[in-house]
Design a protein around this ligand. Structure first.
Ligand code: ATP
Length: 804
């Protein structure tokens, strides 16, 4: 700023706690007496001198004045933004304040000297750097406040002194700091000071901002969390109300629950660890809900619950007797088993020779013979809880051992669930249909079961889901299976087999009378003395309306009968009490489905044509009678060779080959026209083609069917047979004699041919069945043909397609 270095006389305009630096333009309130006096004095003086009225702007801090003021010109007098009278003053240059003097008006006048602040030109490097720094800092500060226009203005100032004085506008400077700027006459020193002040302020601001931000964020998070929790609480309350629970009923306090629960120490530790994790995780996180489900499972398990065993073996036997008719040998086996368990249990911890408990009792037999209900009776007899684990169709190892917890929707395995369901650590667990356990890419459930059943391992059973050890050594495991052969080998090794082969008609009648009928009466809502089914009717139901090894269909038929009677009574068509006799059956539930072959019209019998023989077999449903059909193809139209149909297994196919080979080599001596076999195709079929069949025991039946076909002699209707045949015609022993004889008996067969070497098996067959059967034990297939084929008649011979 140009200066003429001269002394001046000026009215003082005191600024209370404010500083105006050269270059600044400020509005001042003329209501303030000091301001008005100074402006009026300046105006009065200006009348006699050219130029604008001039004042000396002097800051007043705590009633004192600095040694330097600023010459200001009154640019305009008018109204301020708020309507008050005001003057616009522009700061011009620094003036050193001198002695007081007099002048017009009420103002205080002083003498002053202009202070020269000439600037070195051009700017030396250092100063240029300083200017740059100041501008950068000022820009940074102005940007933060969004004062973009001011940024441009500051950038445009090149004068060092002007630039430094521009700081006078800074609202963050204290009056003292501004006075310091005012008193620093050297422009470079002043710019340095201004730069320093600006830098300090920015640094302070940074810190302040960071703190503010941190504080704000903390507050935000807390606030959000608080709000969310309030919302969550409200939602939960709403849900509880929806579910009809009272407020506060849901105990979310897992820690307290774990601490209060009766858990083994290791389990408690594991559970508390999970509680820690739960408390750290947020309410909605998926992990939280996994942990909750897991904790619920652990808390629901009956870790230290045990039921008291009923150690009265005689009482146990009574329970078995009361709940199941017949089955004497089976009940005896179970009683022995219980007695042994009791004796072992009495000695210390029940550990005998390093093994706890005994082998697993496996009840094997066709459906409906009472395997499951026997298992339940065992539990009753021992005074333990009973749980059934259905294993049919289980192919996934995780079904037994549980899914790992990281799995979505993970569950504990069936064993853990069974224990939970039982509510005690020593229940009777029935592994139902253990023969239907398969294995595939999802692992081998049988291997997992092996671990469950192995007394050496099962006291530390580890479920993948539970992850803590579960002691299964007090559990009594029982298993059931339909087919012995289908039980995985390794499991079979662990088991003590008890066979239930099926019931005789007499046994069925007793079971139906003593057990099924009372139960079904109750289900039908009938009284014992309102409806009875007499023995004749029960026998007919068992014999003609059902054909099964067990009593399941029989039970259903009884139920159907009772429903019918109950409905008729309700409709007013039948008076109670009422006794159902065998004559009544047809009227109530229609015609019987199973009439014995021998009772059929001779022309309708299966064996009414040559080439059909009656065999005996064992299937998954127990023993059964099955017919073998043989035919010869026409040499003109049929292909040569052997055709086999009816879903036969390899062993059975080979056995057909053997039958054929035997006849080819020995047919002539039996006086059979075996030449026909040479170029005519042979077809053997086993009806009920949808059921897979296998085994060598149909050898005699196939040989007989072929011999009947070749000879034209019919097979006797009342004869059924079983036995393997060798190439030389020897009859070799087979399995399932009891089941087969029961089946023959059911089907009304009277003569049965079995291999000689199976004779000892007849001891297992109930006497009442043997009484009705004429059993022939044979060693050679020639004996079979002799017994089974009817004498040749001319009529029969002419019907045969092979007649020469
Ligand atoms: N000897 C018996 N005394 C009394 N009731 C019996 C007897 N045998 C079977 N039952 C009854 O027959 C019904 C069928 O028995 P259960 O269901 O136990 O057969 P299962 O052999 O287990 O069949 P599956 O192999 O199909 O499971 C049950 O109601 C059972 O009580």
């Amino acid at each position: 700023m140009a200066s003429t270095s001269s002394s001046l006389t000026l009215p003082v305009l005191p600024l209370d706690d404010d500083v105006v630096l050269p270059g600044m333009v400020v509005p001042l309130d003329l209501n303030d007496a000091d301001v008005r006096a100074a402006v009026e004095a300046a105006q009065a003086a200006a009348r006699s001198t050219p130029g604008k009225p001039r004042v000396l702007l002097v800051p007043r801090v705590d009633g004192t004045y600095p040694g330097t003021g600023v010459l200001g010109t009154v640019e305009q007098v008018g109204r301020l933004a708020d309507g008050d009278p005001g003057a616009l003053i522009r700061g011009r240059e620094r003036v050193r304040i001198g002695a007081g003097t007099t002048g017009p008006g009420a103002a205080l006048w002083v003498e002053g000297t202009r202070i020269d602040d000439g600037v070195p030109e051009p700017l030396p490097g250092q100063v240029a750097e300083l200017v740059k720094e100041y501008k950068a800092l000022a820009t940074a500060w102005l940007r933060k406040r969004g004062a973009w226009q001011v940024v441009d203005r500051v950038q445009a100032i090149d004068d060092v002194s002007q630039l430094a004085d521009n700081s006078g506008y800074s609202p963050f400077l204290t009056t003292e700091q501004k006075v310091e700027l005012l008193e620093t006459a050297d422009p470079v020193a002043r710019l340095k000071l201004a730069t320093q002040q600006l830098r300090d302020h920015l640094a302070e601001q940074d810190v302040a901002e960071t703190i503010a931000k941190d504080v704000q964020e903390g507050v935000d998070k807390q606030q959000r969390e608080f709000l969310l929790r309030r919302q969550l609480e409200a939602v939960r309350k709403e849900l509880r109300e929806l579910n009809g629970e009272k407020d506060g009923e849901e105990s979310d306090d897992y820690r307290a629950r774990v601490e209060a629960a009766d858990l083994p120490e290791k389990v408690r530790e594991a559970a508390l660890k999970e509680v820690d994790k739960l408390e750290r995780s947020s309410d909605q996180s998926p992990e939280g809900s996994w942990i909750r489900t897991w904790l619920d499972t652990v808390l629901e398990l009956p870790w230290n619950e045990r039921t008291e065993d009923a150690y009265d073996i005689r009482g146990a036997k009574d329970v078995l007797d009361a709940e199941h008719a017949g089955l004497q040998d089976v009940k005896e086996r179970i009683t022995e088993y219980l007695a042994v368990r009791k004796r072992r249990g009495d000695r210390g911890l029940g550990v005998v020779g390093g093994r706890r408990g005994g082998a697993v009792l496996a009840l094997v037999g066709p459906p409906g013979v009472g395997k499951t209900s026997l298992g339940e009776s065992v539990a009753h007899a021992m005074g333990r809880r009973f749980v059934r684990v259905a294993l049919g169709g289980v192919r996934d190892e995780a079904e037994i051992r549980g899914h790992r917890r990281t799995y979505v929707g993970a569950l504990p395995g069936r064993i853990v669930r069974a224990v939970k369901e039982a509510g005690s650590m020593n229940p009777v667990v029935l592994l139902d249909e253990i023969d239907k356990v398969g294995s595939d890419f999802r692992g081998d459930p049988a291997a997992a079961l092996l671990e469950v059943l192995d007394p050496a391992q099962n006291h530390t059973f580890r479920d993948h889901y539970l992850e803590v050890e579960l002691d299964l050594s007090d559990v009594v495991f029982l298993a059931t299976a339909n087919v012995l052969e289908a039980i995985p080998e390794a499991l079979l090794d662990r088991m003590e087999l008890v066979r239930l082969d099926g019931y005789t008609e007499d046994e069925k009648v007793v079971i139906a009378r003593d057990h099924l009928l009372p139960r079904q009466l109750e289900r039908a809502g009938l009284n014992r003395d309102e409806v009875t089914i007499d023995e004749g009717a029960l026998r007919r139901l068992a014999g003609e309306y059902t054909r099964e090894a067990g009593v399941r269909t029989l039970e259903r038929s009884v139920a159907r009968l009772l429903r019918k009677v109950a409905a008729e009574h309700e409709l007013g068509r039948r008076e109670l009490p009422f006794t159902i006799t065998s004559d009544e059956l047809r009227g109530l539930i229609g015609r019987p489905h199973h009439v014995p072959e021998s009772a059929q019209d001779p022309a309708e019998r299966r064996t009414a044509v040559p080439g059909v023989a009656t065999g005996l077999a064992v299937t998954g449903a127990g023993g059964d009678v099955l017919f073998v059909e043989a035919s010869l193809a026409d040499p003109e139209t049929g292909a040569a060779g052997l055709t086999l149909t009816g879903q036969l297994g390899d062993v059975m196919k080979e056995s057909a080959q053997i039958a054929l080979s035997f006849l080819r080599s020995h047919g002539a001596e039996l006086e059979l026209p075996v030449a026909d076999l040479k170029d005519r195709g042979v077809h053997i079929h086993f009806p009920a083609g949808a059921v897979p069949k296998d085994g060598p025991s149909a050898g005699v039946t196939m040989t007989t069917a072929l011999a009947s076909l070749l000879s034209g002699r019919l097979v006797r209707t009342d004869v059924a047979m079983t036995g393997e045949v060798s190439l030389t015609g020897r009859v070799l022993p087979i399995g399932g004699v009891k089941q087969k004889l029961l089946a023959a008996h059911r089907a009304g067969v009277t003569t049965v041919i079995i291999p000689k070497r199976n004779e000892p098996d007849l001891d297992d067959v109930p006497a009442e069945v043997l009484d009705t059967l004429d059993v022939h034990a044979v060693t050679d297939v020639r004996q079979v043909l002799e017994l089974a084929l009817s004498p040749a008649t001319d009529g029969a011979a002419t019907e045969v397609p092979v007649a020469a």
